[in-house]
Design a protein around this ligand. Sequence first.
Ligand code: PEP
Ligand code: MG
Length: 595
Amino acid sequence: MGQPLRRHSSTARFDGIAVSPGVAIARAHCLHEIPVGSVTDPIDESEVLAELGRFEEALQLTDHELAALRDKVSVQLGKSEAAIFTAHLAILRDEGLLEKVQRRIGQQRLPAAAAIAEVAYEYQQLLADVHDEYLKERVADVRDVLLRLQRNVAKITHHDFAAHDEPIVLVACELYPSDIIALTEANVVGIVTQTGSRTGHAAILARSYGLPAVAGVTDILQHVNSSDTIVVDGSGGHVFVNPGRETLRAYRERRSEFARLKTDLAAEPRGPAHTADGQTIALLANVNCETDIREAIAGGACGVGLYRTEFFFLTHPNVPDQQQQTENYRQMIAHCPGDIFTIRTLDLGGDKTISYLTHTHEHNPHIGWRSIRLSFAHPKFFLTQLRAVLAAAANQDKEVRLLFPMITVPDELDEVHKLMRRARRQLKKRGQPCGKVRIGMMIEVPAAAVALDAFLENVDFVSIGSNDLVQYLTAADRDNPKVSHLCQALCPAVLRVVASVAATCHRTRTPVTLCGEMASSPRAVPLLLGMGLRNLSMSTAFIPTIRDLIGRLTIPETQAVLAEVMKLKTARQVCETMDRYLAARAPHLLPLVLA
Ligand code: PEP
Ligand code: MG
């Protein structure tokens, strides 16, 4: 994509949501310099041809992707599900639509991505005025195709900075989880986004890669250019554009202190954590791809508490079949540290969308037709994943656990068991290997947390998904910066529910892990230990920090601070109490606490 003219923006400070701790100082790279309404500098006359070429390249890539998706989906999900891609291909090949984009590049000299964004915006406006549901869907399809095209232009543009030796801070309107996975190849040292919040999946990934990040910085793309120097204070939630000498000096110092702290923590012994009074706490890893397994080993995780399989699907060029899935799971299990490997079935929806499963537009996607609800709706497709897991679990010396997300009512577990039996029968009939797995459920829907007793006879273990539990309990979208003040893990209501789940699990002797972001929060961990939780699963980047913290705590002390906190009324009061508690026991870890 043609870069805007290299002009420097004036010095400015922006405040957003602290998402991933640490300090980054580097040149800005504005990824989405094209949101409609932002100032987009025209490309030079001499760049027009190259830009049209880039657009053509993205067109072919998109055509290829859609055709591959149509074919795979037709085999795995059925012809009617694949019809959407036939329609999308027809839209993509529509001359009139393409001319609209080409005209904007050729005549208005807009970069390809901006030209597509403008046309997409036109359709969005149209969508707002259409009342007929059928027509609405068609206009939405055109927008989907344009967005895919736009992302492919960006993907082609990604090569620009993937090749950069110079470190960059990525400034983007919005990042999807798959973007962040793709970015790990590039020399990105920090991230700033206009949208997003603390427990969205893009944020979780930024943390797991140790990239300082700030989200929810409204309009920053209108104030920063790709040549600007930018400072990201990921712990404080601040961003400085072209800062003065004093600010730069102070942040360079903080960056060095932070790096020293990380090195010191990483040098500490591996394995399970032990409290100062000798209680063992299992520290497991949350992983999203094979690279994360290597990190988990390096970080000393004692197993994998959560493999989010949707990332394998999100990054796969089309739809992985049974064999491809089995191969992936087998590799992951084989390289997993420790003796537990937990695979979660597809958990799509919300901010994790795959065109072939989540293409219908929903008014409330986080509480809609998503996650296991979507899997149940596509039994053939779901059975493929179940068979792949069972086959991968064969001949393993590790305990393979299969975790089902977003379970809401006990009947869903009956359905899970029915499908598991069918998957086993299918494998047997085909003469394929079938291993043993333990069955577990995520506790992330309040209905399941509150009526937990009714579910437990049907599971071998449970895992508390605090990220979703928090958003559903507080009715505040985990990815929306406008309601992030409500979506707080340390709010008393959340603490009461997590404590009650822990108590029920202990009473019934059900193994329980917590695998949401609370498990890696220094403020939350003492409280979780006080509640009796002994298995915590987190991004590997946090394991050394949490191990160090746990070594400084005793169980009676954690119970005492929990009792104190349980009397408080607001999340702010809980945070203040925990900051005082940490300042007394582990002050060196305070730079890692998110503001
Ligand atoms: C959770 O909800 O806490 C969880 C671990 O799953 P995810 O973040 O993928 O929704
Ligand atoms: Mg969840």
